[in-house]
Every structure is written in C-alpha cells, then in structure tokens.
Design a protein around this ligand. Structure first.
Ligand SMILES: [Zn+2]
Length: 171
C-alpha cells in the first residue's frame, strides 16, 4: 500500500473521506529515542485514523537515521567493511560481540536492526588488533592469518631470506 493510496479514499463506515495528516511521534530503538514526523490518514467526518505499513516504515527509517547520527553509530556498510577487513565470517564476528545471534549481526549489516551504543563501541574496538586478539581468544574464535595489505600501485611487500623486499608488479 503506498502512502497516497488512502488520501481522499472513502471511509465506508461513515461515508467520509480520508485525508493525509502528520503527527510528531517518539520512536524508540535499541534503548535510544528520536522525535520524528509520521504521516497517517484521518477520516474528515468521523476522525477514524489509519496508518499504512509504508507510513510506519518511513517513520522508523527516519528515526533510525536520526538516532544513528545523534549517537554517531556506525552505518551498516561500515560494520560489514570492518568485519570483511578482518577476514571474519558473520558467525565469527557475532561470537566476538558477546555471542550476539548471527541474525542480529546480519540485520546490522543490512540496516534492518540498529546496534545499541554498547554494541557499537564493541564493534569499533575490534579494529584494534590487541583487543581483537584478546576477544578472539576468550570467544574461541580462530582469526585468519594476517596478510599484508597490497600497497598502492601493485607493490607487494614480501620477505626473502629474512630480508624485506618490495616487489612492484607492472600494470
Ligand atoms: Zn469516517
């Protein structure tokens, strides 16, 4: 059902027409709150109110964005990038965050769920190698072997006979 579907439509119960209205509501997510404007339809004759799924989703999305910005929380893409840069699967990553269910982590990465401040801080802390290794040992997660990141221009650092050399590939 789209946002405009009900505008001007008939309220069969009373013969009146629905008109688009907006209200200010407080949306709470993961223990944080945001004040957002939510649209709804009200029958002009009897004041019966209807809220479509789209209207609810739009308000929740707006609240999510507002909360994320005001609490400086990582966006879904940043969470996925951090996890991938560490070479961890969703299941491993979830284990490092107090054994958070895998589906929740997937929800964070897809923007379906919003991580709370504690989880956000914990995710960020994993970027620190020492913290990562400590948590991995505690959670029984085997970390992938760290491969040196290829430098710009195709230069790859490698060690030959104990000497550090830099190999630059053409192209
Ligand atoms: Zn009505």
């Amino acid at each position: 059902m789209s946002l405009s579907t009900l505008d001007g439509s008939l309220h069969r119960g009373c013969g009146g027409r629905y008109a688009l209205q907006s209200e200010s509501v407080t949306v709470r997510l993961s223990g944080m709150a945001a004040e957002v404007t939510r649209e709804f339809f009200r029958c002009e004759k009897c004041a019966h109110e209807q809220r479509t799924i789209d209207q609810r989703d739009a308000a929740e999305k707006s609240a999510t964005e507002q909360i994320r910005a005001s609490h400086d929380l990582l966006v879904p893409r940043q969470i996925r990038q951090l996890r991938e840069s560490l070479g961890l699967t969703v299941a491993q990553f979830a284990d490092l965050i107090y054994g958070t269910p895998k589906g929740i982590v997937e929800g964070w990465e897809k923007g379906k769920y919003l991580q709370n401040r504690e989880a956000d801080a914990l995710i960020r802390s994993l970027a620190d190698r020492e913290t990562l290794e400590r948590r991995a040992a505690k959670a029984g997660v085997t970390l992938p072997v760290v491969a040196p990141a290829p430098a710009a221009g195709g230069a790859v650092a490698s060690t030959v006979d104990g000497q550090s050399v830099e190999v630059t590939t053409a192209g």
